[in-house]
Design a protein around this ligand. Structure first.
Ligand SMILES: CCCCC/C=C/CC(=O)SCCNC(=O)CCNC(=O)[C@H](O)C(C)(C)COP(=O)(O)OP(=O)(O)OC[C@H]1O[C@@H](n2cnc3c(N)ncnc32)[C@H](O)[C@@H]1OP(=O)(O)O
Length: 392
């Protein structure tokens, strides 16, 4: 959407907000629909009218394009002339959606409005720098302000262990963040831990199909979860506020920057747990730190200090815990002011070369883990933890 013509329109036409504005979307409201998803869509169209804060021109263009695609299908209008700046920006936005199916456009529109409603609502009501738990999530706090969507793991009493609900909520929050109007996304933890990794009680809820079915379902969930990090389109930054264990460490290799408090530690005790690496770490860690150091972490379970993790390239920079929040947020706010499309495209250029490989590694790691979870070594480790014979 970094359309120079649109930028020019913004400067030369002070009334642009009316031109690409809610009424444009409302204009087409009289088409009623029969299907449930169409009802959601209509609700979303109505919700747009109720937004208290202007979502900005880029978001409005996205809404316009998705609306047109959802109601009329691919753009078949003649391209407006080069001097018809506003209509050309709208045409461009619609035309970029190509042959996106109407149903997908409808769904994307609904998702965008939903992320918009929560982010605009939170940014308008929350004091700067203050978190407010979004009612949409049980295990996370998600806020959006100053161009930054912040996803906070919020099970501090369980050291932010990732239970099944949290896996799903993180995926949902990432999908919403990928479409909202923020420039960058931050993941952090509430309390003294960043995250203690997979919630080991996830393994205790056995379905009627038995442990094999459990292992299969877990592998499917894990693959989808890691896939969201591989495909996340905006700069994704981890603020590692404290110790990190297991999968919360391995997926750091898929982040674009990792800032750590000097209280943080990085621990992947897979062998201790009878498991094997995930989160694409069997590939990313080798690239980041070389095979010898990666093996120490992933095979022998060596726990790294923040300083060591930084020296090995897993962490971008370490800050004293006392100034961690202040220093990192100052930096993130400056990043968020950079042109968002340029950041997104630069990330795309960097990531695209690796994407296919990363998805293949993810699939392989999940398939190996599916077997590992059925092993005696793994089952014993989980039982030991649950009966408190082991604290890593
Ligand atoms: C869909 C499936 C995908 C699977 C993907 C696979 C991923 C692999 C991994 O992530 S492997 C890593 C798994 N994590 C662990 O093995 C860590 C286990 N936890 C600990 O060793 C310790 O809790 C600790 C070192 C993190 C913290 O120890 P401390 O003594 O400071 O605190 P407590 O042990 O008393 O913990 C407080 C309460 O939190 C519960 N808890 C902490 N971590 C986990 C966890 N990972 N799973 C489940 N529960 C956890 C702990 O049980 C305490 O609860 P309680 O107060 O109710 O007793």
């Amino acid at each position: 959407m970094a359309n120079p013509a649109w930028r020019l329109a913004q400067r030369s036409c002070p009334s642009h907000l009316q031109v690409v504005s809610f009424p444009v979307v409302q204009l087409h409201m009289n088409r009623t629909a029969m299907r449930a998803s169409q009802k959601d869509f209509e609700n979303a169209v109505n919700q747009v009218k109720l937004l208290k804060k202007d979502p900005g021109n880029e978001v409005k263009l996205k809404l316009y394009a998705l609306y047109k695609q959802a109601t009329e299908g691919p753009c078949d209008m003649p391209k407006p002339g080069v001097f018809d700046l506003i209509n050309k920006a709208k045409w461009d936005a619609w035309n970029t959606l190509g042959t996106l199916p109407k149903e997908t456009a409808r769904q994307n529109y609904v998702d965008l409005v939903s992320s918009l409603s929560s982010s605009l609502e939170s940014s308008s009501q929350v004091e700067p720098g203050t978190d407010r738990k979004s009612t949409a999530y049980e295990t996370l706090m998600v806020t959006s302000e100053d161009g930054i969507t912040k996803i906070t793991l919020n099970r501090p009493a369980k050291k932010n262990a990732i239970n099944i609900e949290m896996y799903h909520e993180i995926m949902r929050a990432l999908k919403a963040a990928s479409k909202d109007d923020s420039s960058i996304t931050v993941l952090t933890g509430n309390g003294d831990y960043y995250s203690s990794g997979n919630d080991l009680t996830n393994f205790t809820d056995i379905p009627p199909g038995g442990v094999e079915e459990k292992a299969k379902n877990s592998a499917i969930l894990l693959r989808e979860f890691v896939g969201c990090f591989i495909d996340f389109p905006k700069p994704l930054i981890a603020m590692v506020n404290g110790p990190a264990v297991g999968i919360s460490v391995t997926i750091l290799g898929l982040f674009d920057a990792v800032y750590a408090s000097d209280r943080a530690t990085f621990h992947t005790p897979f062998s201790h747990l009878g498991q094997s690496p995930e989160g694409c770490s069997s590939y990313t860690f080798l690239k980041i730190m070389g095979p010898a150091k990666a093996t120490e972490m992933l095979v022998f379970g060596k726990k790294l200090t923040a300083g060591e993790a930084c020296a090995q390239g897993l962490v971008t920079e370490v800050f004293p815990d006392s100034t961690f929040q202040k220093e990192v947020w100052t930096r993130l706010k400056a990043f968020a002011k950079l042109p968002p499309n340029a950041m997104r495209i630069s990330k795309e250029v960097i990531r695209n070369r690796e994407k296919e490989k990363l998805h293949a590694v993810n699939a392989e790691e999940c398939s190996v883990l599916q077997e590992r979870w059925l092993s005696d070594e793994c089952m014993n480790a989980v039982v030991n933890f649950l009966s408190r014979k082991s604290n890593l």
